[in-house]
Design a binder for this molecule. Structure first.
Ligand code: FAD
Length: 457
Protein backbone atom coordinates (compact mmCIF):
# COMPACT_ATOMS: atom_id res chain seq x y z
CA UNK A 1 0.00 0.00 0.00
CA UNK A 2 1.43 3.43 -0.89
CA UNK A 3 1.90 5.82 2.00
CA UNK A 4 0.12 9.16 2.12
CA UNK A 5 2.54 12.08 2.09
CA UNK A 6 2.04 13.64 5.55
CA UNK A 7 3.11 17.04 4.24
CA UNK A 8 0.71 17.03 1.28
CA UNK A 9 -2.22 18.28 3.37
CA UNK A 10 -5.98 17.93 3.34
CA UNK A 11 -8.57 20.64 3.76
CA UNK A 12 -10.37 20.54 7.07
CA UNK A 13 -12.76 22.61 9.15
CA UNK A 14 -11.16 23.36 12.53
CA UNK A 15 -12.68 24.65 15.76
CA UNK A 16 -11.49 25.80 19.11
CA UNK A 17 -12.98 24.11 22.18
CA UNK A 18 -15.67 26.85 22.44
CA UNK A 19 -16.85 26.00 18.88
CA UNK A 20 -17.45 29.67 18.08
CA UNK A 21 -15.48 30.48 14.91
CA UNK A 22 -14.67 27.47 12.70
CA UNK A 23 -12.25 27.98 9.83
CA UNK A 24 -11.00 25.91 6.91
CA UNK A 25 -7.30 25.26 6.52
CA UNK A 26 -4.98 22.79 4.86
CA UNK A 27 -3.88 20.41 7.58
CA UNK A 28 -0.48 18.74 7.30
CA UNK A 29 0.76 16.09 9.70
CA UNK A 30 4.54 15.74 9.36
CA UNK A 31 6.00 12.83 11.28
CA UNK A 32 9.66 13.82 11.15
CA UNK A 33 11.48 16.99 12.17
CA UNK A 34 12.90 17.44 8.62
CA UNK A 35 9.35 17.41 7.28
CA UNK A 36 8.34 20.13 9.75
CA UNK A 37 11.26 22.19 8.45
CA UNK A 38 10.15 21.55 4.84
CA UNK A 39 6.61 22.71 5.63
CA UNK A 40 7.86 25.95 7.20
CA UNK A 41 10.29 26.66 4.35
CA UNK A 42 7.74 26.03 1.62
CA UNK A 43 4.69 27.69 3.12
CA UNK A 44 3.11 30.54 1.15
CA UNK A 45 1.95 33.98 2.31
CA UNK A 46 -1.06 32.55 4.15
CA UNK A 47 1.38 31.05 6.64
CA UNK A 48 1.27 28.13 9.05
CA UNK A 49 0.49 27.54 12.70
CA UNK A 50 0.92 24.47 14.89
CA UNK A 51 -2.07 22.76 16.44
CA UNK A 52 -2.05 20.40 19.39
CA UNK A 53 -5.25 18.80 20.66
CA UNK A 54 -7.41 21.87 19.96
CA UNK A 55 -8.24 22.52 23.64
CA UNK A 56 -7.72 26.26 23.47
CA UNK A 57 -11.16 27.84 23.41
CA UNK A 58 -10.89 30.39 20.63
CA UNK A 59 -8.87 30.57 17.43
CA UNK A 60 -5.12 30.32 18.19
CA UNK A 61 -4.77 26.87 16.59
CA UNK A 62 -6.64 27.83 13.41
CA UNK A 63 -5.36 29.55 10.27
CA UNK A 64 -8.22 30.28 7.84
CA UNK A 65 -7.13 29.70 4.25
CA UNK A 66 -3.59 28.79 5.31
CA UNK A 67 -1.77 25.74 6.65
CA UNK A 68 -2.22 24.16 10.07
CA UNK A 69 0.47 21.75 11.24
CA UNK A 70 -1.01 18.93 13.28
CA UNK A 71 1.59 18.40 16.00
CA UNK A 72 0.03 15.23 17.37
CA UNK A 73 1.59 13.02 14.71
CA UNK A 74 4.90 13.53 16.51
CA UNK A 75 4.41 12.16 19.98
CA UNK A 76 6.27 9.99 22.45
CA UNK A 77 9.03 10.01 25.04
CA UNK A 78 12.51 10.48 23.60
CA UNK A 79 14.60 10.23 26.79
CA UNK A 80 13.79 9.61 30.43
CA UNK A 81 16.10 10.04 33.40
CA UNK A 82 14.09 8.18 36.00
CA UNK A 83 16.42 9.04 38.85
CA UNK A 84 16.17 12.80 38.32
CA UNK A 85 12.70 12.97 36.78
CA UNK A 86 13.85 14.66 33.60
CA UNK A 87 12.05 13.74 30.41
CA UNK A 88 12.49 14.77 26.80
CA UNK A 89 9.39 14.32 24.71
CA UNK A 90 7.99 15.17 21.29
CA UNK A 91 5.85 18.32 21.39
CA UNK A 92 2.77 16.41 20.23
CA UNK A 93 2.81 14.13 23.28
CA UNK A 94 -0.34 14.53 25.35
CA UNK A 95 -0.28 15.11 29.10
CA UNK A 96 -2.74 12.21 29.21
CA UNK A 97 -0.10 9.85 27.81
CA UNK A 98 2.64 11.32 29.99
CA UNK A 99 0.57 10.66 33.11
CA UNK A 100 -0.26 7.11 32.06
CA UNK A 101 3.40 6.33 31.45
CA UNK A 102 4.95 8.25 34.32
CA UNK A 103 2.63 8.15 37.32
CA UNK A 104 3.21 4.41 37.96
CA UNK A 105 6.95 5.22 37.83
CA UNK A 106 6.63 7.89 40.51
CA UNK A 107 6.59 11.04 38.36
CA UNK A 108 3.85 13.55 37.53
CA UNK A 109 3.68 16.54 35.19
CA UNK A 110 4.82 19.67 37.01
CA UNK A 111 1.63 21.54 36.13
CA UNK A 112 -1.65 20.24 34.76
CA UNK A 113 -4.51 22.33 33.43
CA UNK A 114 -8.14 21.36 34.05
CA UNK A 115 -7.92 18.88 31.16
CA UNK A 116 -5.13 16.41 30.49
CA UNK A 117 -6.11 16.22 26.80
CA UNK A 118 -3.53 18.84 25.81
CA UNK A 119 -0.12 18.48 24.18
CA UNK A 120 3.24 19.52 25.54
CA UNK A 121 3.53 21.98 22.61
CA UNK A 122 0.16 23.50 23.51
CA UNK A 123 1.10 23.63 27.20
CA UNK A 124 4.27 25.59 26.41
CA UNK A 125 2.74 27.85 23.75
CA UNK A 126 -0.05 28.87 26.17
CA UNK A 127 2.23 28.61 29.22
CA UNK A 128 -0.59 26.82 30.99
CA UNK A 129 -1.17 27.04 34.72
CA UNK A 130 -2.91 24.68 37.10
CA UNK A 131 -4.18 24.47 40.65
CA UNK A 132 -0.60 24.85 41.94
CA UNK A 133 0.31 28.17 40.36
CA UNK A 134 0.73 29.76 43.78
CA UNK A 135 3.45 27.17 44.49
CA UNK A 136 4.95 26.07 41.18
CA UNK A 137 4.19 28.72 38.55
CA UNK A 138 3.25 27.71 35.02
CA UNK A 139 4.54 25.21 32.44
CA UNK A 140 7.38 27.43 31.21
CA UNK A 141 8.93 27.38 34.69
CA UNK A 142 9.64 23.66 34.29
CA UNK A 143 10.90 23.51 30.70
CA UNK A 144 14.66 23.00 30.78
CA UNK A 145 15.08 23.32 27.02
CA UNK A 146 13.19 23.02 23.76
CA UNK A 147 13.83 22.81 20.03
CA UNK A 148 11.99 25.27 17.80
CA UNK A 149 11.73 25.54 14.02
CA UNK A 150 11.84 29.30 13.42
CA UNK A 151 10.48 31.32 10.48
CA UNK A 152 13.63 30.71 8.41
CA UNK A 153 13.23 26.98 8.83
CA UNK A 154 16.23 26.79 11.19
CA UNK A 155 16.10 24.47 14.21
CA UNK A 156 16.97 26.49 17.33
CA UNK A 157 17.98 25.05 20.70
CA UNK A 158 16.42 27.25 23.36
CA UNK A 159 16.51 27.31 27.14
CA UNK A 160 16.30 29.88 29.93
CA UNK A 161 20.08 30.36 29.50
CA UNK A 162 20.60 29.64 25.77
CA UNK A 163 18.83 32.26 23.63
CA UNK A 164 16.61 33.15 26.59
CA UNK A 165 14.78 35.90 24.66
CA UNK A 166 13.38 33.53 22.07
CA UNK A 167 12.78 30.86 24.72
CA UNK A 168 10.58 33.21 26.77
CA UNK A 169 8.90 34.67 23.67
CA UNK A 170 7.91 31.10 22.80
CA UNK A 171 6.61 30.29 26.29
CA UNK A 172 3.10 31.79 26.07
CA UNK A 173 3.80 32.93 22.48
CA UNK A 174 0.71 31.12 21.13
CA UNK A 175 2.63 29.32 18.39
CA UNK A 176 3.63 32.56 16.67
CA UNK A 177 7.41 32.26 17.14
CA UNK A 178 7.69 28.84 15.49
CA UNK A 179 6.95 25.15 15.73
CA UNK A 180 8.15 23.45 18.92
CA UNK A 181 9.61 20.07 17.98
CA UNK A 182 10.37 18.65 21.41
CA UNK A 183 11.03 19.73 24.99
CA UNK A 184 12.97 18.61 28.04
CA UNK A 185 10.97 18.98 31.20
CA UNK A 186 11.58 18.64 34.93
CA UNK A 187 8.88 16.35 36.31
CA UNK A 188 7.48 16.29 39.81
CA UNK A 189 8.07 13.32 42.11
CA UNK A 190 4.95 11.61 43.51
CA UNK A 191 4.77 8.52 45.65
CA UNK A 192 1.17 7.60 44.78
CA UNK A 193 -1.56 8.34 42.27
CA UNK A 194 -3.95 9.73 44.93
CA UNK A 195 -4.54 13.19 46.30
CA UNK A 196 -5.51 13.95 49.89
CA UNK A 197 -8.19 16.59 49.58
CA UNK A 198 -9.74 18.99 52.09
CA UNK A 199 -13.06 20.52 51.01
CA UNK A 200 -14.81 23.57 52.52
CA UNK A 201 -18.18 24.90 51.46
CA UNK A 202 -18.16 28.70 51.64
CA UNK A 203 -21.44 30.60 51.98
CA UNK A 204 -20.25 33.65 50.02
CA UNK A 205 -17.36 35.30 48.23
CA UNK A 206 -15.79 36.95 51.28
CA UNK A 207 -15.65 33.62 53.04
CA UNK A 208 -14.00 31.75 50.19
CA UNK A 209 -11.46 34.50 49.48
CA UNK A 210 -10.55 34.69 53.18
CA UNK A 211 -10.10 30.92 53.31
CA UNK A 212 -7.82 31.05 50.29
CA UNK A 213 -5.73 33.94 51.57
CA UNK A 214 -5.29 32.29 54.96
CA UNK A 215 -4.78 28.71 53.92
CA UNK A 216 -3.56 28.26 50.33
CA UNK A 217 0.09 28.30 51.35
CA UNK A 218 -0.51 25.10 53.32
CA UNK A 219 -1.64 23.23 50.22
CA UNK A 220 0.10 22.28 46.98
CA UNK A 221 -3.13 22.53 44.98
CA UNK A 222 -6.12 24.79 45.46
CA UNK A 223 -9.27 25.59 43.49
CA UNK A 224 -12.63 27.14 44.33
CA UNK A 225 -15.69 26.15 42.32
CA UNK A 226 -18.12 29.07 42.35
CA UNK A 227 -21.86 29.10 41.71
CA UNK A 228 -22.00 32.13 39.42
CA UNK A 229 -25.79 32.09 39.36
CA UNK A 230 -26.04 32.86 43.09
CA UNK A 231 -26.88 36.48 43.91
CA UNK A 232 -27.21 38.82 46.88
CA UNK A 233 -26.12 37.30 50.21
CA UNK A 234 -25.07 34.13 48.43
CA UNK A 235 -22.96 35.82 45.79
CA UNK A 236 -19.80 33.81 45.31
CA UNK A 237 -20.89 30.79 47.30
CA UNK A 238 -18.43 28.06 46.51
CA UNK A 239 -16.75 24.81 47.30
CA UNK A 240 -13.02 25.08 47.93
CA UNK A 241 -10.97 21.94 47.21
CA UNK A 242 -7.35 21.88 48.34
CA UNK A 243 -4.88 19.06 48.56
CA UNK A 244 -1.55 17.39 48.06
CA UNK A 245 -0.37 14.02 46.72
CA UNK A 246 -0.75 11.30 49.34
CA UNK A 247 2.26 9.23 50.32
CA UNK A 248 2.35 5.54 49.49
CA UNK A 249 1.81 4.69 53.17
CA UNK A 250 -1.21 6.97 53.45
CA UNK A 251 -2.82 5.27 50.47
CA UNK A 252 -2.05 1.79 51.79
CA UNK A 253 -3.38 2.78 55.22
CA UNK A 254 -6.64 3.76 53.54
CA UNK A 255 -6.97 0.19 52.31
CA UNK A 256 -6.14 0.94 48.68
CA UNK A 257 -3.81 -1.59 47.11
CA UNK A 258 -1.35 -0.75 44.32
CA UNK A 259 -1.07 2.93 45.36
CA UNK A 260 0.65 4.06 42.15
CA UNK A 261 -1.87 2.56 39.72
CA UNK A 262 -3.38 5.07 37.36
CA UNK A 263 -5.99 4.20 34.73
CA UNK A 264 -8.32 7.11 33.99
CA UNK A 265 -11.39 6.57 31.86
CA UNK A 266 -14.17 8.49 30.18
CA UNK A 267 -17.62 7.88 31.61
CA UNK A 268 -19.85 9.24 28.91
CA UNK A 269 -20.01 11.46 25.88
CA UNK A 270 -22.44 14.18 24.85
CA UNK A 271 -24.47 13.61 21.66
CA UNK A 272 -23.51 15.69 18.66
CA UNK A 273 -26.80 17.50 18.29
CA UNK A 274 -27.39 18.80 21.77
CA UNK A 275 -30.17 21.43 21.49
CA UNK A 276 -28.91 24.98 22.12
CA UNK A 277 -31.80 25.88 24.40
CA UNK A 278 -31.07 23.18 26.98
CA UNK A 279 -28.44 25.23 28.74
CA UNK A 280 -30.62 28.04 30.01
CA UNK A 281 -31.01 30.09 33.15
CA UNK A 282 -33.33 27.57 34.84
CA UNK A 283 -31.51 24.33 34.03
CA UNK A 284 -28.13 25.74 35.04
CA UNK A 285 -29.49 27.29 38.23
CA UNK A 286 -31.04 23.96 39.22
CA UNK A 287 -27.80 22.11 38.48
CA UNK A 288 -25.68 24.57 40.49
CA UNK A 289 -28.10 24.45 43.43
CA UNK A 290 -28.00 20.66 43.51
CA UNK A 291 -24.23 20.59 43.25
CA UNK A 292 -23.80 23.09 46.10
CA UNK A 293 -26.15 21.21 48.44
CA UNK A 294 -24.55 17.87 47.62
CA UNK A 295 -21.04 19.10 48.43
CA UNK A 296 -19.81 18.41 51.96
CA UNK A 297 -19.79 21.47 54.26
CA UNK A 298 -16.37 20.49 55.58
CA UNK A 299 -14.39 17.37 54.78
CA UNK A 300 -10.80 16.50 55.55
CA UNK A 301 -8.32 14.08 53.98
CA UNK A 302 -10.57 12.55 51.33
CA UNK A 303 -8.53 10.31 49.06
CA UNK A 304 -9.18 11.15 45.41
CA UNK A 305 -7.86 9.87 42.11
CA UNK A 306 -5.93 12.19 39.82
CA UNK A 307 -8.77 12.40 37.31
CA UNK A 308 -11.39 13.26 39.93
CA UNK A 309 -9.35 16.02 41.51
CA UNK A 310 -7.61 17.52 38.49
CA UNK A 311 -9.73 16.65 35.47
CA UNK A 312 -13.40 16.12 36.40
CA UNK A 313 -14.51 17.51 33.03
CA UNK A 314 -12.49 14.91 31.11
CA UNK A 315 -14.87 12.25 32.39
CA UNK A 316 -17.43 13.39 29.82
CA UNK A 317 -15.99 13.42 26.30
CA UNK A 318 -16.96 16.34 24.10
CA UNK A 319 -18.81 18.10 26.91
CA UNK A 320 -18.37 21.34 24.96
CA UNK A 321 -21.28 20.18 22.75
CA UNK A 322 -23.67 20.72 25.65
CA UNK A 323 -23.77 24.42 24.70
CA UNK A 324 -25.31 23.61 21.31
CA UNK A 325 -24.51 24.88 17.84
CA UNK A 326 -23.71 28.46 18.74
CA UNK A 327 -20.92 27.41 21.07
CA UNK A 328 -19.70 29.23 24.16
CA UNK A 329 -17.02 31.58 25.34
CA UNK A 330 -14.73 31.07 28.24
CA UNK A 331 -13.82 34.32 29.90
CA UNK A 332 -10.74 34.20 32.10
CA UNK A 333 -9.02 37.14 33.65
CA UNK A 334 -6.36 37.71 36.27
CA UNK A 335 -6.17 40.86 38.38
CA UNK A 336 -3.47 41.80 40.88
CA UNK A 337 -4.14 41.46 44.60
CA UNK A 338 -4.72 45.22 44.95
CA UNK A 339 -7.69 44.84 42.60
CA UNK A 340 -9.29 41.91 44.43
CA UNK A 341 -12.59 43.87 44.74
CA UNK A 342 -13.00 43.32 41.01
CA UNK A 343 -13.78 39.66 41.65
CA UNK A 344 -16.95 40.72 43.49
CA UNK A 345 -17.74 43.36 40.89
CA UNK A 346 -17.40 40.94 37.97
CA UNK A 347 -19.53 38.30 39.67
CA UNK A 348 -22.22 40.88 40.42
CA UNK A 349 -22.30 42.00 36.81
CA UNK A 350 -22.44 38.45 35.46
CA UNK A 351 -24.97 37.05 37.92
CA UNK A 352 -26.99 40.30 37.52
CA UNK A 353 -27.14 39.73 33.76
CA UNK A 354 -28.68 36.31 34.44
CA UNK A 355 -26.28 34.53 32.11
CA UNK A 356 -26.45 30.76 32.50
CA UNK A 357 -23.06 29.55 33.61
CA UNK A 358 -22.17 26.25 35.23
CA UNK A 359 -19.54 26.31 37.90
CA UNK A 360 -16.84 28.86 37.50
CA UNK A 361 -13.34 28.58 38.88
CA UNK A 362 -11.48 30.97 41.19
CA UNK A 363 -7.76 30.51 41.84
CA UNK A 364 -4.93 32.43 43.44
CA UNK A 365 -1.89 32.97 41.29
CA UNK A 366 1.70 33.40 42.38
CA UNK A 367 4.24 35.59 40.56
CA UNK A 368 4.45 35.29 36.77
CA UNK A 369 7.54 34.15 34.85
CA UNK A 370 9.67 35.81 32.16
CA UNK A 371 7.33 34.85 29.28
CA UNK A 372 6.52 38.07 27.42
CA UNK A 373 2.96 37.00 26.66
CA UNK A 374 2.54 34.58 29.54
CA UNK A 375 -0.81 35.08 31.27
CA UNK A 376 -0.23 34.54 35.01
CA UNK A 377 0.56 37.41 37.38
CA UNK A 378 0.24 37.34 41.16
CA UNK A 379 -3.39 37.84 42.15
CA UNK A 380 -6.81 36.34 41.47
CA UNK A 381 -7.95 34.54 38.35
CA UNK A 382 -11.58 33.83 37.55
CA UNK A 383 -12.80 31.56 34.73
CA UNK A 384 -16.38 31.46 33.47
CA UNK A 385 -18.07 29.52 30.63
CA UNK A 386 -21.01 31.26 29.00
CA UNK A 387 -23.09 30.13 26.00
CA UNK A 388 -23.04 32.59 23.14
CA UNK A 389 -26.11 34.85 23.40
CA UNK A 390 -27.06 38.36 22.27
CA UNK A 391 -25.64 41.21 24.34
CA UNK A 392 -22.61 39.26 25.51
CA UNK A 393 -20.06 41.52 23.85
CA UNK A 394 -21.41 44.68 25.42
CA UNK A 395 -21.07 43.30 28.95
CA UNK A 396 -17.70 41.69 28.44
CA UNK A 397 -16.20 44.59 26.47
CA UNK A 398 -16.88 46.77 29.49
CA UNK A 399 -15.49 44.18 31.93
CA UNK A 400 -12.39 43.68 29.74
CA UNK A 401 -11.63 47.40 29.83
CA UNK A 402 -11.88 47.39 33.60
CA UNK A 403 -9.56 44.37 33.82
CA UNK A 404 -6.99 46.21 31.70
CA UNK A 405 -7.33 49.45 33.73
CA UNK A 406 -6.71 47.49 36.93
CA UNK A 407 -3.44 46.08 35.62
CA UNK A 408 -4.98 42.70 34.81
CA UNK A 409 -5.32 40.73 31.59
CA UNK A 410 -7.31 38.15 29.68
CA UNK A 411 -5.91 34.70 28.89
CA UNK A 412 -5.19 34.38 25.16
CA UNK A 413 -5.67 30.58 25.21
CA UNK A 414 -9.29 31.18 26.23
CA UNK A 415 -10.07 34.34 24.31
CA UNK A 416 -12.22 34.52 21.20
CA UNK A 417 -13.53 38.09 21.28
CA UNK A 418 -11.40 40.71 23.02
CA UNK A 419 -10.76 44.19 21.61
CA UNK A 420 -7.22 44.19 20.13
CA UNK A 421 -6.79 47.76 21.35
CA UNK A 422 -6.52 46.41 24.91
CA UNK A 423 -3.75 43.92 24.18
CA UNK A 424 -0.75 46.22 24.72
CA UNK A 425 -2.20 47.50 28.00
CA UNK A 426 -2.80 43.98 29.24
CA UNK A 427 0.54 42.67 28.01
CA UNK A 428 2.99 45.56 28.53
CA UNK A 429 5.90 43.56 27.06
CA UNK A 430 4.13 43.11 23.73
CA UNK A 431 6.55 45.33 21.76
CA UNK A 432 9.55 43.47 23.16
CA UNK A 433 7.87 40.22 22.10
CA UNK A 434 7.25 41.59 18.58
CA UNK A 435 10.92 42.51 18.15
CA UNK A 436 12.06 39.03 19.16
CA UNK A 437 9.42 37.41 16.97
CA UNK A 438 10.37 39.64 14.00
CA UNK A 439 13.97 38.44 14.27
CA UNK A 440 12.94 34.79 14.54
CA UNK A 441 10.27 35.03 11.86
CA UNK A 442 11.02 38.07 9.66
CA UNK A 443 8.43 37.11 7.04
CA UNK A 444 5.71 36.30 9.56
CA UNK A 445 5.29 32.76 8.32
CA UNK A 446 3.59 31.81 11.57
CA UNK A 447 0.04 33.02 11.32
CA UNK A 448 -3.17 32.16 13.07
CA UNK A 449 -6.72 33.46 13.28
CA UNK A 450 -5.96 34.72 16.79
CA UNK A 451 -2.81 36.41 15.50
CA UNK A 452 -4.78 38.24 12.80
CA UNK A 453 -7.70 39.09 15.08
CA UNK A 454 -5.41 40.67 17.67
CA UNK A 455 -3.02 42.29 15.19
CA UNK A 456 -0.06 40.12 16.18
CA UNK A 457 0.81 39.10 12.60
C1 FAD B 1 -11.63 21.69 29.97
C2 FAD B 1 -10.45 22.59 29.81
C3 FAD B 1 -9.79 23.02 30.94
C4 FAD B 1 -8.67 23.86 30.81
N1 FAD B 1 -8.05 24.26 31.95
C5 FAD B 1 -6.97 25.05 31.86
C6 FAD B 1 -6.26 25.44 33.02
O1 FAD B 1 -6.62 25.07 34.14
N2 FAD B 1 -5.16 26.21 32.88
C7 FAD B 1 -4.72 26.60 31.64
O2 FAD B 1 -3.70 27.28 31.58
N3 FAD B 1 -5.36 26.26 30.53
C8 FAD B 1 -6.47 25.49 30.60
N4 FAD B 1 -7.12 25.09 29.46
C9 FAD B 1 -6.60 25.57 28.17
C10 FAD B 1 -5.55 24.62 27.57
O3 FAD B 1 -4.70 24.12 28.57
C11 FAD B 1 -4.68 25.39 26.58
O4 FAD B 1 -5.47 26.02 25.62
C12 FAD B 1 -3.66 24.50 25.86
O5 FAD B 1 -2.82 25.32 25.10
C13 FAD B 1 -4.31 23.49 24.94
O6 FAD B 1 -3.31 22.63 24.41
P1 FAD B 1 -3.55 21.91 23.01
O7 FAD B 1 -2.51 20.88 22.82
O8 FAD B 1 -4.95 21.49 22.86
O9 FAD B 1 -3.21 23.11 22.02
P2 FAD B 1 -4.12 23.88 20.87
O10 FAD B 1 -5.36 24.31 21.51
O11 FAD B 1 -4.21 22.93 19.72
O12 FAD B 1 -3.17 25.05 20.59
C14 FAD B 1 -2.97 26.07 21.56
C15 FAD B 1 -1.79 26.96 21.16
O13 FAD B 1 -0.59 26.19 21.20
C16 FAD B 1 0.11 26.31 19.98
N5 FAD B 1 0.84 25.06 19.76
C17 FAD B 1 0.37 23.80 19.85
N6 FAD B 1 1.34 22.92 19.56
C18 FAD B 1 2.45 23.65 19.25
C19 FAD B 1 3.78 23.33 18.84
N7 FAD B 1 4.19 22.07 18.65
N8 FAD B 1 4.64 24.35 18.59
C20 FAD B 1 4.25 25.64 18.76
N9 FAD B 1 3.01 26.00 19.15
C21 FAD B 1 2.12 25.02 19.39
C22 FAD B 1 -0.98 26.58 18.93
O14 FAD B 1 -0.44 27.23 17.80
C23 FAD B 1 -1.92 27.48 19.73
O15 FAD B 1 -1.47 28.80 19.67
C24 FAD B 1 -8.22 24.27 29.53
C25 FAD B 1 -8.91 23.83 28.38
C26 FAD B 1 -10.00 23.00 28.51
C27 FAD B 1 -10.72 22.52 27.29
Amino acid sequence: MSRVDPTAGREQLLWGWGRTSPARATVVAPERAEQVVDVVRSVGPTGVVARGLGRSYGDPAQNAGGVVLDGTSRSGLLELDLARGIARMEAGTSLDDLMKWLVPLGWFVPVTPGTRIVTVGGAIASDVHGKNHHKKGSWGNHVLSLRLVDGRGEVRDLSPTEEPDLFWATVGGMGLTGIILDATVQLQAVSSSRILVDSDRAADLDEVMALMIDGDDDYDYSVAWIDVMAKGRRLGRSVLDRGRFATRDEVLAAGVHRPADYAPHHLASVPDLFPSGLVNHLTVKAFNELWFRKSPARRRDALMGIEHFFHPLDMVSDWNRVYGRRGFIQWQYVVPDEASDFVRYSLERISGAGLPSFLSVLKRMGPGNAGHLSFPIAGWTLTIDIPVTAGLDELFDDLDRRVADLGGRLYLAKDSRMDPALLAQMYPRLEEWREIRDKADPQHRFRSDLGRRLGLV
